[in-house]
Design a protein. Structure first.
Length: 138
């Protein structure tokens, strides 16, 4: 049996500061990072990460039971109403923008003496002619 030359490998011991651990625990709590991602990113064991959680988080203590509840219907309704209000606000802004541009076209048409909307949009959309030709011919 052949013996291969083996070197004694000494694994370097790393230590993370308390501030680093607290920051990572906070990221875990805020769900910006998962335990698995933390383990892979910093080459740390799951056991170490859970020790950090137990030590630096008030929500994750040993022998405590964490009860996960479904989002309440009232909270869900409130969140959806806020989302609808935000979307209505955006639609209102876009409608104001459309109204402004239509008014601008109307004023421009009066100034130029022809319907800008009709002369530009129809010909340009079907690919016949250019904007410069339309101005010159009308």
């Amino acid at each position: 049996m052949k013996h291969t030359k083996s070197k004694l490998e000494i694994k370097q011991r790393r230590s993370f500061s308390g501030e680093f651990k607290k920051a990572k625990v906070q990221e875990l709590i805020e769900k910006r990072l998962t335990v698995g991602e933390l383990c892979r990113l910093y080459d740390v064991s799951r056991t170490a990460v859970y020790k950090w959680l137990y030590k630096y988080s008030k929500d994750y203590q040993r022998k405590t039971i964490l009860v996960v509840q479904m989002e309440s219907e009232a909270y869900k309704t409130l969140r959806l109403q806020q989302q609808v209000a935000e979307l209505e606000r955006v639609i209102g802004q876009k409608q104001m923008e459309i109204d402004f541009l239509n008014k601008l076209l109307e004023i421009g048409s009066d100034e130029m003496g022809f319907d800008l909307k009709k002369n530009f949009s129809t010909r340009l959309l079907n690919g016949t002619g250019s904007a410069k030709q339309d101005i010159v011919t009308n």
